[in-house]
Design a protein around this ligand. Structure first.
Ligand SMILES: Cc1cc2nc3c(=O)[nH]c(=O)nc-3n(C[C@H](O)[C@H](O)[C@H](O)COP(=O)(O)O)c2cc1C
Length: 226
């Protein structure tokens, strides 16, 4: 395995916002979860717990989530960012606009952007959803370990031709999710990952996000060899 192989996987993955409805075989889901669980975690605590929905369970969840998002109050277990400023705001806007442009929502079309936002609660049509939680007592480091799990999940899925999207939007409805999936209050619900086979031709899947270059995020100290 070479770095080029890894980079092929890393660059092939993109967040999928329109899925086909056909299910992923259980064996493939188990392989993705087994691969994701190989990531490092502080003290090897492996803090992740995952609820995975399939079939009618996904459809029932999507309906209940949509109803909650239409009427309920957002109350995530993990506080959402308090703001995005400077370059973070620029990048956030760029990826939002790229999505809206891809799906034909024009600037200022609030109804159109709200409709696209609500697709989060339709799980973008995915046949499966994984809800990820971490023990509250592990705090931000548990969440950090689970971030690695999310990344490895998306890459392992990509290697099997399965598309994913991590979704903080779903985690906004913390109390609902705790009740719905019987997740105890001593665990923090961090995010969902909707997954399945991509609807490759759908407009929502026709854009790519960009990445900053090294000079934008690395500070070199000391001499290194050429
Ligand atoms: C923790 C996390 C939460 C995210 N939440 C959402 C979400 O709620 N809705 C959404 O459309 N995309 C969500 N995304 C996807 C990001 O927008 C996406 O990863 C980013 O724009 C980079 O694009 P790419 O994944 O296609 O490379 C999330 C990604 C991460 C890692």
């Amino acid at each position: 395995m070479t770095l080029a192989d890894l980079n092929t996987l890393l660059t092939a993955r993109q967040s999928c916002r329109a899925f086909r409805s056909d299910p992923v075989p259980r064996g493939d889901i188990e392989q993705i979860l087994t691969s994701a669980a190989q990531v490092p975690s502080w003290c090897n605590a492996q803090p992740w717990q995952v609820v995975v929905t399939s079939g009618a369970e996904t459809d029932a969840f999507r309906s209940a989530l949509r109803a909650e998002a239409e009427t309920g109050q957002a109350q995530p277990d993990l506080p959402f960012p308090t703001g995005y400023s400077g370059v973070y705001q620029d990048r956030r806007r760029a990826c939002g606009w790229a999505l809206y442009e891809a799906v034909g929502v024009e600037k200022g079309d609030r109804a159109g952007s709200a409709r696209q936002m609500m697709e989060n609660f339709n799980l973008f049509g995915a046949p499966h959803c994984a809800i990820l939680s971490s023990p509250a007592e592990l705090g931000p480091y548990g969440a950090m370990d689970c971030g690695g799990f999310v990344t490895a999940f998306t890459l392992a899925a990509q290697a099997l031709g399965i598309a994913t999207i991590p979704q903080a939007a779903v985690a906004a409805y913390g109390p609902f999710l705790h009740r719905y999936f019987n997740i105890p209050d001593d665990r923090l619900i961090l995010c969902a990952i909707s997954f399945g086979y991509p609807d490759a031709d759908h407009p929502a899947n026709q854009f790519r996000t960009e990445r900053a270059t090294l000079d934008e995020f690395v500070t070199w100290r000391g001499a290194s060899t050429e």
